[in-house]
Design a binder for this molecule. Structure first.
Ligand SMILES: C[S@@+](CC[C@H](N)C(=O)[O-])C[C@H]1O[C@@H](n2cnc3c(N)ncnc32)[C@H](O)[C@@H]1O
Length: 222
């Protein structure tokens, strides 16, 4: 991004906001979501911050709401969506029944079936990351298990998959009554990862979303 000219950056930012406007215009439902939820407004701000993204992934997809935002506002050449849609010991979420999770997966398949640029991976984060060559992604959005050990592991495994100069992002860089009650510790994990890797945080939004972006300014050898 640093190498880009000011004019190039301005053009990209205007184009991104235009795509965001088109996205909101197309999805009446999304407009309602953003009106109701400052969280999604913060997500749009995060997406508008990013430079050109060709290859990206979302880890932890749920119903695909943010995946759709990524797809339509970033217009990547390929978007990988990773979610096990299965419960497991150590999960930081209270999942519904396996039947409901199976239906959720079928719904995701149907939602993106016409999108040539989308690949769905029904895997847990760390296993999915092993399927990628190092440095192939421009951007990864991590929104999976929010317990400290898992969040830290995700940062390591997906950092390897992001190219030098790319971006690693997520949400819930916050400490609230809710995160304490649920035992979530994304903020601690991100802080620890920054200490170890030396990568800087280049974007941060406060509550409620706590959106954050790290820039992989150099290769990280750990
Ligand atoms: C908060 S939701 C994601 C919401 C989505 N990013 C959005 O903004 O619309 C968390 C998701 O993470 C998934 N998940 C839980 N553990 C995971 C893991 N180890 N790897 C990948 N995804 C995981 C859950 O199945 C759930 O769908």
């Amino acid at each position: 991004m640093r190498a880009e000219s000011l004019a190039g950056r301005l053009f990209l930012t205007s184009k991104r906001w235009f795509l965001i406007f088109m996205y909101l215009h197309k999805h009446q439902r999304a407009i309602n979501v953003t009106k109701r939820s400052p969280k999604y407004v913060q997500r749009l701000q995060l997406l508008s911050f990013l430079p050109k993204v060709r290859f990206c992934a979302e880890v932890g997809v749920r119903l695909g709401a943010f995946s759709q935002m990524m797809l339509e506002t970033l217009r990547p050449e390929r978007l990988w969506l990773v979610d096990p849609c299965r419960d497991y010991p150590g999960n930081s979420y209270m999942e519904p029944s396996q039947d409901t999770l199976d239906r959720r997966w079928m719904r995701l398949l149907s939602l993106f079936k016409k999108e040539q640029s989308v690949t769905l991976l029904r895997e847990r984060s760390a296993l999915a990351a092993r399927q990628f060559r190092p440095g192939v992604l421009d951007f990864v959005y991590i929104d999976a298990n929010h317990y400290y050990e898992y969040a830290l592991l995700d940062l390591f495994v997906w950092c390897r998959v992001v190219k030098a100069g790319g971006y690693i992002a997520g949400d819930d860089y916050i400490e609230t009554e809710k995160t304490a009650r649920k035992g979530w510790a994304v903020k601690d994990a991100v802080n620890h990862f920054m200490d170890i890797s030396g990568l800087p945080m280049v974007f941060l939004n406060d509550e409620p979303d706590g959106s954050w972006v790290l820039e992989k300014v150099h290769d990280v050898c750990i």
